[in-house]
Design a protein around this ligand. Sequence first.
Ligand code: NAD
Length: 271
Amino acid sequence: MLNGHTTLITGAGSGLGAALAQRFAAEGSNVVLVDIDEDKAAAVAAALPPDKTLAIGADVRDTDCMKAAAAKAVATFGGLTTVIPNAGIWDYNRSVTRHNGHELSDMFDEIFAINVKGYLLTIEATWRYLIQSRGSIVMTLSNAAFYAAGGGPIYTASKFADRGMLLQFAHELAPKVRVNGVAVGGMRTDLRGPSAIGLKERSFSDSIDRWGSSNPYIPLHDISTDPKHFAGPYVMLANPTEAGNITGAIINADGGIAARGFRSSAGGDEL
Ligand code: NAD
């Protein structure tokens, strides 16, 4: 599906970003794995074809880092066709009722810097190359870009902000660059929290183990699903033959949260 493509993915050292790097490489794309932790990006790249893979350590909050990463990608592979802003952290469902104003202020700054400013600076560093290639952007969004309770107020606001940027960029970059998103749902990844409240080392996988995989109830699967099962819509949206007339669109790949209704995992008819 992606022969001749070059795809830059942020947060590619772990979880969904790593799964996307593997899938895009399998579809024939060169892959540029960007992560704040260069060793993690390099470890994922080590299992992929060396002549089609580049691992770069860069912090998405730093515009100079992101410009240098994009320039290195283009110098290596001759251009960029797809950019996937994906690096993010979660707020561990922390409610406004649980924290004081200072804590909320610090959490806001940290989460928005990665989840929102990071997406902005990733796109700022790459849009000129995408104009040249008539390429596309596929943003990682979340069920939290549509519904409550996919996080606390700060994470939810950050993903709604990403959704707003998606629409704005689709407007600004048309007709030369398509801008779409995939609103993924719960996955078993190493997703971390803000250091501002001591959650940088806590992994989402541990929370899944504590909650049990059927909590919350999701119609099609549970929250311990492997992130590789979310890669298909990204491939379709990146492919200009399949999605050449699609921009400003979001595929909800969350296991059917909108169709959950009032049925619980305990109740309802077995089919
Ligand atoms: P993950 O922690 O496994 O992967 C995120 C990667 O981003 C890590 O390798 C981390 O080092 C990197 N990163 C963090 N801060 C960075 C920075 N400042 N600069 C560069 N890289 C940075 O988590 P994941 O679940 O794979 O998260 C990927 C995306 O999926 C995020 O945007 C997240 O909000 C979204 N998401 C995850 C879930 C889920 O259930 N895991 C659900 C919905 C949406």
